[in-house]
Design a protein. Sequence first.
Lengths: 265, 315
Amino acid sequence: MSSGVRRVGELLSYGFLGIVYLYILGPALIVVIGSVNSATSFPSPFESFTLRWYAQLLQHREFVRSMTVSVGVAAGAAGVATVLAGPAAFALVRGRFRLRDGIATFFVAPLVVPQIVLGLAMLQLLNVLRIPTTSAGLICVHAVFVLPFVLRAVMTSLIHFDRSLEEAAMSLGAGRLQTLRHVTLPLIRTGLAAGFVLAFIMSFVNVPLSLFLATPASTTLPVRVFAYMESRLDPLVAAVGAALVVVVFAASLFLERVLRLRLLV
Amino acid sequence: MGRGQTAPPGHPHAPGNGSSGLSAGLGPSRVSWGPLLLLGPGVLFLFVFMVAPLAITFVYSLQPNSLLPPDQATVGVGNYIYLAQRRVYVEAFARTLRLATFVVVGALLLGYPTALILRRLHARLGSTLILGLSFPILAGPLVVVLGWMLLLPRGGLVNAALVRLGLVAQPVQFIGTEVAVVIALVQFTLAFVVLNIFNSLMRIDPALGEAAGSLGADPLRTFRYVTWPLSLPGVFSGSLIAFTLAVSAFVAPHYLGGETLLVVTTLIAQFMFGTFSWELASTAAVLLVVITVIMIVAYNRIVGRLIERRFGLPE
């Protein structure tokens, strides 16, 4: 095959890739641009750069309160999921026991149940038990949903784990707990951290899990925005969206560069 | 994600590959109660906050719904019959499955070539680009859907570009159509499809392609007889994930499809917020879960059989 044909093929494939990435990133880009556009009507062509909408956002009491709710719920859910999934990943990777595959499947089941159904079921559980809806209920249902992500991250780091390091520690006289503390945990720390960050993000941006559990005191930011968009679209919404984009972008760069973790793989 | 590797057959993620022998204190060979202690809390948590709530939802679905006249209100499968007898609801289920099918097809058409191209790039660049693909998932459905709500209207950039390119004479109405929902959901699911196909492509031994080439096969034939069949596990697992995500999507159908284009998730929300019928919402929810599980099981069966037939290997 001539090099000319190959050249054309290469150009075509880069062109195709460009279109795919435009499709993937375009909508978020438009939101970011809309959030720094000084035009008052929305959406409208770009006029000039402003951070006015972000300033307004910080003065919007409900958005700010929802932001704190969201941070609390996401941190709580990621924490609970990490504490539960960390040891479980250990057993699933290292252990050989009956029902192992069944339990592994059970742990990823939350991904199969549609999130809106998880949220509805949680509301009904709280209702049956006559427990008022609070952030605690939100944390529990979010923790269920993000558990598989943490499990996956920790399992990945355990699979790539060099067992001879532990053997070395133990042959040098370290006890089990010492080995766990000084060898094993430091080595899977990136897995735990990556799982936590990923869980935090997936919880933080989620709408359907929290939709039915929203009370004035426990409305997460995405649910607040979701409801707000029902009545109007304005630069404030774009500012929230853009802030999310920036936070997520920073967090995923952190995962990729610092923790060297491939998300989702 | 968690299902990122839903049964890529023969994929050695099974435990006990390699390092056996000395277990570092937590292995089962020494402490048989270890797994129970490590897994117990997680299993218990999922039972209390997932299994039990879903059981309650199922019980709710058997209660008579509030829209019925009192004399017809009996405990049982009445709500299921109620939904099955009304065209709007049946259509919502049909639309959900149809949209999910379109999403899978769209994601495969875009995703397969993308995976092929990414495979040929430098590994480091490839992994960064894959991270880029997962951006819509990480940024969340709200940002993405908001973006499409800005891009897709008659006066939006997409229509401007289509008219400028001469592809359409008049701006097209996207918002409120199934096309808009599919566009957004393909964007959302593409990362999973590309990832799964990419992973299967990376597992193909490059020597196979070279061997085909040296035996005189041109690139097309090599693709047809080597690359394509060996990438099928990734195609199947990717499309299964895309399907389940599409079926359970909520924000995109709500805002881009609107009230006239009900899918099951938006139907559930409507029962909760519109008609205040927990019973009907629960019924739709149970059906959605059942459909999803049936699809996954059936798909795994069929795919397992196909792969067995093609390669003569049991999974």
